[in-house]
Ligand binder design. Sequence first.
Ligand code: COA
Length: 501
Amino acid sequence: MEATIESRIGLKELADKVVSADQAAALISNGDVVGMSGFTRAGDAKVVPMALVERAKTEKFKIDVYTGASLGPEVDQFLAQAGVIRKRGPFQGDKGIRTLINNGEILFADMHLSHGAEQFRQEIFGPMKYAILEAAAITADGYLIPTTSVGNNPIIADVAENIIIELNISHPESLIGIHDIYVPEKQGERQAIPLTNASDRIGEKGIKIDPSKIKAIVISQEPDAPSLIVPPDEETQTMANYLLDFFSSEIKAGRLTKTLAPIQSGVGSVANAVLDGFADSEFEHLQVFSEVLQDAVFNLIDAGKVDFASATSITLSEELGKRVYENLDQYADKLVLRPQEISNHPEVIRRLGLISINTALEADIYGNVNSTHVSGSKMMNGIGGSGDFARNARLGIFVTKSYAKGGSISSIVPMVPHVDHTEHDVDVIVTEQGVADLRGLAPKERVPLIINNCAHPDFKEQLWEYYNSAVEATGNAQTPHILNRAFEMYDLLEKTGSMKK
Ligand code: COA
């Protein structure tokens, strides 16, 4: 193991910085703003957070934690439950921290994932005292090589006063060369991002660091927590088929070709299943330009459907993770990991003309989408990158099953109780019932498409009754609503456990 550690610390002046996780954790003080690596459970620091959990057993202290996106259980479950986190941003996806956020014990800043880097640059969250960054290596020429995600690591390494490195020697050395680190200048002094193709490499192999900031290096062998996605079922397969038919009709209309356009697919089981559906499709030589690469992307690369995939993180199930990381060389020329500031950048998304597929919790009859707040109040995960993509993509598509919780909840409602994506950002809605193509339509033209094509049959009558009453009550206004009735399905749910009348 000694030889491996030595080969992973190329900057020899740092050799004496190797300490235990407890020693590194002792550097963090009460009240510190801490930036951590990690994006959707990939590439996150693990052993130093667990040492902080240990420390919290005998000492009361709190820190603010900002990352790329959601982390594994070490932070978003154990550190949160140890009472160490005062405030968290910009995304989470763990039941542990979610419960504490919804109990009011942890503050949560839910942000567009492309915005984090700009806000760190401007010290919106205060000066960042420490960064804790997982790395695969520190090269002799002074680059920090990230592991399975890049996320916000470059900007965190830049703005943090001090850096703790978790050198994870369990990651294969073949990760070196996968990353492409390009960091824009400050706003106002910035050039156009020179990326015109999903496969372009525009930056450097790693994050150039100031070695004097590195206060500790902790050796780790902890693997990433595997993703928790549920395999495709009949309904997600049906949704995939609707989506594929929709793409075929776009080809007939002359708006797309068989290679489609670079695809972004969001987090979660539904988005993964929908992407899986491409395996048996007519489409070929596809490119992926996304933030997270889930299992489906690697299955599509293996099937020869996807030629190239660009993202900021790789989040895989245990089984697929093993296969991919043991054979990473095979994917090296088909893969790039970029900072999330680039993977989610509106300028790049618009230039490449992405097809963006994200999951909604629910949509309303006019096309507004709620991705984050259950019944308007309780945080699920956060907006993540869905807003970066939906607003700027060529096609902003939202998928959701038409019902939730065994059929007691309709995912199509009169008015969403929280809006993440406005009617102006939502081009297409797909459920297992069908597709609503909302492009170019006025609000009242969207209603029949959304109710008839996307709502579950159990709720259609209720939705039509509301809409027709609203048309009458408002004298056929632009977007008819009856405000004291708009949330009556949620009232029913609270009182009876079901939205059904
Ligand atoms: N009302 C209440 N609960 C709902 C619901 C609704 N309308 N729709 C779904 N849910 C619940 C499900 O029952 C499930 O609950 P459980 O965890 O207790 O079983 C949970 O939400 C997740 O739903 P599921 O159907 O399993 O879908 P998913 O795993 O694909 O996740 C989102 C869906 C919306 C939560 C997820 O995609 C997300 O967080 N999106 C926002 C961030 C994003 O889009 N990022 C994309 C860029 S990467």
